[in-house]
Write a protein that binds this ligand. Structure first.
Ligand code: ZN
Ligand code: ZN
Length: 644
């Protein structure tokens, strides 16, 4: 019987793991036909990939070095974290201190652990294709039985984004936060129906909670999302304080009375340790107050005659709701476009944070039913995100909405580093359509954006107000944390009282609250990648493959070797993806075929029985080296050797 079987890439790698099996899936690569004479005699050897390395020798990458050697070494020597000794307090920043994002800190006192925030950040060029990354939960998993609660400072993704996955790994403790943050978390949890239900408890900003023997209390802070709160953990030696993300409610450095009142709890308090945000420590002065942005946007909405489109972060709930209120006050309609933005505004309404009139918010499909000067449109996509509403409108692929000449577009957001080119592109596309664009830095215009984080003066004010004994800068890249340390020392703190941590650092306060040290052991800290449904901190090989594929593509060799003679049965099939265009490289392919033939036949001469693994390894190494010499590229080389 003669049967034609065609193999796909995926079935090569899947089937290849099983010895003595013939590929069963129908195949559809269009590049190779493999003809089999006798199914029973066929044997597919294990497939692995090869890449010519800088060290001059191709190697089997499955046993090669790992994706992130730093994290790897962490994981090797950090396993032996000793138990907490009696009387000591342990603080472990598990995320957010080597980056802006994925914030999470654990505090351990006696037999109790409480966890503050469980954020995420989106993947970047270091983790291509991964959905997002979250902090490493290994330490918490190992100490699950001590965890008494997860406390969330506010509803931004760098604080709640990891909650569903983290909870399921650390024993699903109760989550404590204020109303809007809890509602936002519930919306997010609903996207993970396979995970256990979340247990939540809504707290008030002046409330307290007992967690095991630890008393936790809260205070209100100003940020770009309502219901932001700071957290205070009472210890026998004083308070541990973290405000979460905050900026001061102030104008020209005069802090509002309400704000003064919130922070007045520290006037007579003994603050043992302050841990606070370093995001804007490089920025001089106070942060621009949000009220100035509200005024600026209000002026524009009043003044602009045509249609107004405002693109903003969907997380800036305070600002979004203000815009809706202003539009309503001026008798204008509002359309909201962008799923995250709609969700967040729904949450604000559900929480009774504000209550627009019934007919103020209209569907995006109906914007043309109103005169242009009666329409304000809120959109996602101020960062140039490819599929967000504004991008689709800008490149005319939006099904329900079209930009019109005379529209005014306000980009009410800063540009997150890394998004500059995307934002530039969107501005180009928009300006081709005859619109006016007002952005964060358009000179002479009203303010349209302010940061949600305190600048240097806000930070100094907080240090003075809380007058802590010890200090740990958090939320920021290492450089920012060091600057924050300098700032604390300028304010009079001695160097031995400040610890600049890395993710996973184990910091202990001992001697009745007199001493703070960082242990030499570390908690595992390699970021955990959430990739589809998989969560793992050891996807280094997968990630490396994606990086290599992105850079130099792949090259597949399919060779049929006669198991009696060790000779090639026919000229090998070659498949290239993202590496070279086969049609234009016939000469190179001819040489590769010669090398394969020679490689196989030199290896198998006098070999009995034929060792197919050996042929495959040899092919991988020789071909990857040859391709590098000829093209200066390092594609992933996948040799598949079939015996017939
Ligand atoms: Zn925030
Ligand atoms: Zn944050």
């Amino acid at each position: 019987m003669r049967k034609k079987t065609r193999l796909s890439f995926s079935s090569v790698s899947i089937e290849a793991k099983k010895e003595n099996k013939t590929p069963s899936k129908p195949y559809n690569s269009g590049h190779s036909n493999i003809e089999h004479k006798n199914q029973e005699r066929k044997k597919l050897t294990k497939s692995s990939t090869y890449q010519y390395s800088k060290f001059g020798k191709g190697q089997n990458r499955r046993s090669g070095h790992t994706f992130n050697s730093k994290n790897q070494s962490n994981n090797q020597n950090e396993n032996k974290v000793p138990k907490l000794e009696e009387g000591k307090i342990r603080i472990i920043p598990l995320g957010g201190v080597e980056e802006v994002g994925k914030n999470m800190t654990a505090i351990e006192i006696g037999n109790d652990i409480i966890v503050i925030d469980a954020g995420m950040h989106f993947s970047n060029e270091e983790t291509p294709g991964v959905d997002y990354v979250i902090p490493n939960t290994t330490y918490l998993e190992e100490n699950k039985d001590k965890i008494r609660g997860l406390f969330i400072t506010h509803g931004h993704l760098d604080h709640i984004g990891g909650v569903p996955v983290v909870l399921s790994r650390i024993g699903n403790p109760t989550v404590y936060s204020r109303n809007i943050s809890v509602l936002l978390m519930k919306k997010r949890q609903a996207e993970f129906p396979h995970l256990p239900a979340m247990k939540t408890e809504v707290v008030e900003k002046d409330g307290t909670v007992m967690c095991g023997k630890i008393k936790v209390r809260f205070f209100g802070v100003t940020h770009t999302i309502p219901d932001s709160m700071g957290i205070i953990i009472e210890t026998p030696h004083g308070w541990i304080v973290t405000p979460g993300d905050y900026k001061l409610d102030q104008i020209d450095g005069i802090v509002s009375e309400e704000e003064q009142k919130e922070y007045s709890i520290f006037d007579k308090a003994k603050v043992l340790l302050l841990m606070t945000d370093s995001t804007n420590v490089e920025n001089e002065g106070f942060s621009l107050p949000e009220i100035k942005v509200h005024q600026g946007l209000e002026n524009l909405i009043k003044r602009v005659n045509g249609r107004i489109i405002i693109a903003a972060f969907s997380s800036s709930i305070t600002r979004l709701t203000h815009i809706i209120k202003v539009a309503e006050m001026l008798g204008k309609k509002i359309a909201i476009d962008g799923r995250s933005m709609k969700t967040n505004i729904d949450v604000a309404i559900e929480a009774n944070y504000f209550k627009p009139k019934k007919d103020t918010i209209i569907p995006i499909e109906e914007v043309n039913n109103y005169p242009p000067n009666k329409m304000v449109i809120l959109m996602t996509g101020a960062q140039g995100e490819e599929f967000a509403a504004l991008s689709r409108a800008a490149n005319k692929s939006h099904k329900k909405f079209a930009i019109k000449k005379g529209d005014t577009i306000i980009l009410s957001a800063s540009i997150v580093p890394g998004n500059e080119r995307a934002v530039q592109k969107i501005k180009d596309n928009l300006s081709r359509q005859g619109v006016k664009i007002i952005s964060f830095r358009t000179p002479g215009e009203d303010f349209v954006h302010a940061t949600g984080h305190g600048n240097k003066e806000d930070i100094k004010w907080l240090h003075r107000k809380t007058h802590p004994k010890f200090f740990i800068p958090i939320h920021g890249n290492h450089f920012m944390l060091e600057l924050h340390k300098e700032l604390a020392m300028d304010l009079g703190m001695s160097e031995e009282n400040v610890i600049v941590p890395d993710n996973g650092s184990i910091i202990e306060i001992s001697e009745d609250g007199q001493k703070i040290v960082m242990r030499k052991e570390k908690a595992p800290s390699a970021p955990m990648m959430v990739d589809g449904l998989a969560v793992s901190d050891i996807q280094d090989v997968v990630i490396r493959d994606r990086q290599m594929l992105a850079q130099d593509g792949m090259f597949v060799i399919i060779a049929l070797v006669d198991q009696n003679t060790g000779k090639l049965k026919k000229s090998p099939d070659l498949i290239s993806r993202g590496f070279i265009y086969l049609k234009e490289n016939q000469e190179l392919l001819r040489q590769v075929r010669i090398i394969i033939k020679k490689g196989v036949e030199d290896t198998t001469v006098k070999m009995n029985p034929i060792d197919f693994d050996h042929i495959k390894n040899n092919l991988g190494e020789t071909v990857s080296k040859f391709l590098y010499q000829k093209t200066a590229k390092r594609p992933l080389v996948i040799p598949v050797v079939l015996s017939v």
